[in-house]
Design a protein. Structure first.
Length: 296
């Protein structure tokens, strides 16, 4: 039991224990929530662990090596704890979870048993079931640089280096009209050319959908004014008057990086890579067979 809390270890060795489980859930928007399966609230590390949530956990599966630890948490939906509308809006997607074994008579005797992220989250019949995945799950994601003509960076990230707070590259304003939670219509967006926000991000800053965002599929002018359309609907109600922010988009082309953002020194693509047709060209059909480069 290397690294195990000595106080809790001694308590468990008595044979008569007073332990319970506590969970800390940290959403991506910074909201921190505490839950326990004890019958009274507990507090430690500045977090209050609520006992009125009906939350419980299944067996924790842990392995050595790089295998993914996993478990599941079950609970009843409650307006004062985990709300169905927040699950539907995706506010718990990718949230960080920590699970503790705690002596409820002395919360200083506790052991962190699990730390990971919420994976699949299912809800039905007034309850939810959340799959919890260990930290090694991220090692299943592909990493590395892809050699391709388009830029491999995300606009504004460390590789790109462009400052999205640069004036003229974002716009904050109120929602005027919205259709199906994905098509936002404005009378005009003065100072911003059509397609300026295409491939960018729309973020909701107030209202029921505050904190949600979506990728912009289309930004154009039609007979009804300016249309900014998302690839997928946002998963919460949006009303006229709610504040939103539009961040400009990038189509990953070198020309766009140079002319729109003046950021070509940080371009992460390889525009001079020959295409497949060039690489498989039959050398006997070439007009020059002197061994020199064809790309002159």
């Amino acid at each position: 039991m290397s690294g195990f809390d000595e106080g809790l270890k001694a308590h468990l060795q008595t044979g008569v224990t007073t332990t319970c489980r506590c969970w800390v859930l940290t959403r991506r928007d910074g909201e921190v929530m505490g839950f326990t399966d004890h019958d009274l609230p507990l507090m430690f590390d500045g977090v209050t662990f609520r006992a009125d949530t009906g939350l419980s956990a299944l067996a924790l599966q842990q392995t050595t090596g790089l295998s993914v630890d996993n478990t599941e948490a079950l609970g009843a939906l409650s307006d004062v704890a985990i709300r169905e509308t927040d699950i539907e809006a995706g506010r718990y997607d990718g949230a960080e979870v920590q699970s503790w074994l705690v002596n409820w008579q002395n919360v200083e005797e506790r052991q962190l048993q699990f730390r990971g992220l919420i994976g699949e989250l299912r809800r039905q019949g007034g309850a939810f079931e959340a799959e919890l995945r260990g930290l090694t799950d991220v090692l299943n994601q592909p990493y590395g640089k892809v050699y391709q003509k388009p830029c491999g960076a995300v606009l504004g990230d460390e590789g790109c280096g462009f400052d999205l707070e640069t004036p003229g590259y974002f716009l904050v304003r109120a929602v005027e009209r919205v259709e199906d939670r994905r098509a936002f219509r404005f009378d005009a967006l003065d100072g911003y050319a059509p397609e300026w926000f295409q491939y960018g991000v729309l973020r909701i800053l107030s209202g029921a959908a505050e904190g949600l965002s979506g990728l912009i599929k289309r930004d154009r002018v039609d007979a009804d004014g300016r249309l900014v359309e998302l690839w997928h609907p946002l998963r919460a109600e949006i009303l006229a008057g709610d504040l939103l922010r539009l961040d400009t988009g990038c189509d990953k082309r070198g020309e766009t990086c140079r002319k729109k953002f003046n950021n070509y020194l940080n371009f992460q693509g390889f525009p001079d890579i020959p295409g497949d047709d060039w690489s498989v060209t039959d050398p006997t059909r070439a007009g020059r067979l002197d061994g020199r480069s064809r790309r002159r």
